[in-house]
Design a protein around this ligand. Structure first.
Ligand code: PMP
Length: 364
């Protein structure tokens, strides 16, 4: 018998990412493959981010500045905050992990949405938490039920919310969120994952709530609208006292030179963000129109993906899409639904054509 892993880990499965393009090309003998599976920006990164990374390459031998001070300062200026309110991490995923490492003890209650980004549950379980999943209602979070769940028994240590929610794209209203914050005790950390905020046409000023709520954390990322998922950089906004224990448990050099340079380049290019939003809105309409034509239903989305109910088991349809070079994302626990990232017009078209052909074949 070899070394024994921690028993908490027996409740976890490794994260299953969207299949890489190369993998699908090799498996299915294809040259043209579109990936609409991981909510990446189909326009790629800003050219300013690319140039900034090229310039940073010559300093690859130097360790990065540990706390990414230039990125924090740039973000702080943008948001009118002191840089101490920002923590920059190796993707926002790493900040979810840090928060669980710093705050969650074995047996603590952690409340998460029933169908959402799996890292909340996974990192909470890794810390030995009892994870309470509150089901979605009409594909959206029910903040009243989440407040009830977080107040049952010992108050929850952490509540994770996701706005817009991955994978459904749904948002909760500002007044419901304010009510939620008023109900939850100040000892409960409220983490709102805003990875898709820049796409949200209904976004409200969540930053404005930070001063009054020292238990509130907002998470954002450069992986989505800024097109830097492959570089790994995200950040959190919260009262500096929240970050203190996180700083003690973080890896010393979590964010590379390249990632820090890329983020600064990306922040200097608001035009790229605007174009990305426009491409997304146009693609959203095209995909929704195609779904309507196919008689499929979808959830209203404020993100860069669409949650579609195919009304039948997705396994064989997903396989058929892969053989036609289209990678989408089946959703765990929802056997008839897929999540499709909104792509470029031609990518959306390929997906629609493939889906039309598959559904009209009468085989599924
Ligand atoms: N939160 C949500 C809701 C996400 O969808 C993702 C990425 N799929 C992340 C966090 C992680 O993003 P990052 O690349 O910054 O780690």
């Amino acid at each position: 018998m070899g070394p024994t892993p921690r028993p908490e880990l027996s409740r976890l499965q490794p994260y299953v990412p969207g299949r890489p393009i190369r993998d699908v090309q090799e498996s299915y003998g294809l040259t043209q493959v579109v990936k609409l599976a991981s909510n990446e920006n189909p326009l790629g990164p800003s050219p300013l981010a690319v140039v900034a990374m090229q310039e940073a390459l010559a300093s690859a031998h130097l360790y990065p500045e540990a706390t990414a001070p230039l990125v924090r300062t740039a973000l702080a200026q943008r948001f009118g905050l002191d840089p101490d309110w920002l923590l920059v991490g190796n993707g926002s995923d790493s900040i979810i992990r840090l928060l669980c490492l710093a705050y969650v003890q074995p047996g603590d209650r952690v409340v998460v949405p029933g169908c959402s980004f799996p890292s909340y549950r996974n990192f909470a379980l890794t810390s030995g938490a009892e994870v309470i999943e509150v089901p979605l209602v009409d594909e959206a979070m029910d903040l009243r039920q989440m407040a009830v769940a977080s107040l049952q028994g010992a108050p929850a240590r952490v509540v994770f919310l996701c706005r817009p929610n991955n994978p459904t794209g749904a948002v909760f209203p500002e007044d419901a969120f304010r009510e939620f914050l008023a109900q939850v005790p100040p000892t409960t950390l409220v983490v709102v994952d805003e990875a898709y905020k820049e796409y949200d046409t209904t976004a409200f000023d969540s930053l404005g709530l930070l001063q009054a709520h020292p238990n509130l954390v907002l998470l954002r990322t450069f992986s989505k609208i800024y097109g830097l998922g492959g570089v790994r950089i995200g950040y959190g906004l919260a009262h500096p006292a929240i970050w203190k224990p996180c700083l003690t448990v973080r890896e010393p050099f979590a964010v590379s030179n390249l990632a820090q340079a890329a983020a600064l380049g990306a922040l200097a290019d608001d035009g790229h963000v605007t174009r990305s939003r426009q491409v997304n809105e146009a693609g959203k309409l095209a995909l929704q129109a195609a779904c309507a034509e196919l008689g499929l239903t979808w959830a209203p989305t404020e993100a860069n993906f669409l949650f579609i109910d195919l009304g039948r088991q997705v396994g064989p349809i997903n396989e058929a899409l892969l053989t036609r070079g289209v990678i989408v994302r089946p959703v765990g626990g929802r056997p008839t639904c897929i999540r499709v990232t909104i792509g470029l017009p031609e990518e959306n078209h390929l997906f629609i054509q493939a889906l039309q052909a598959i559904l009209s074949s009468g085989l599924y």
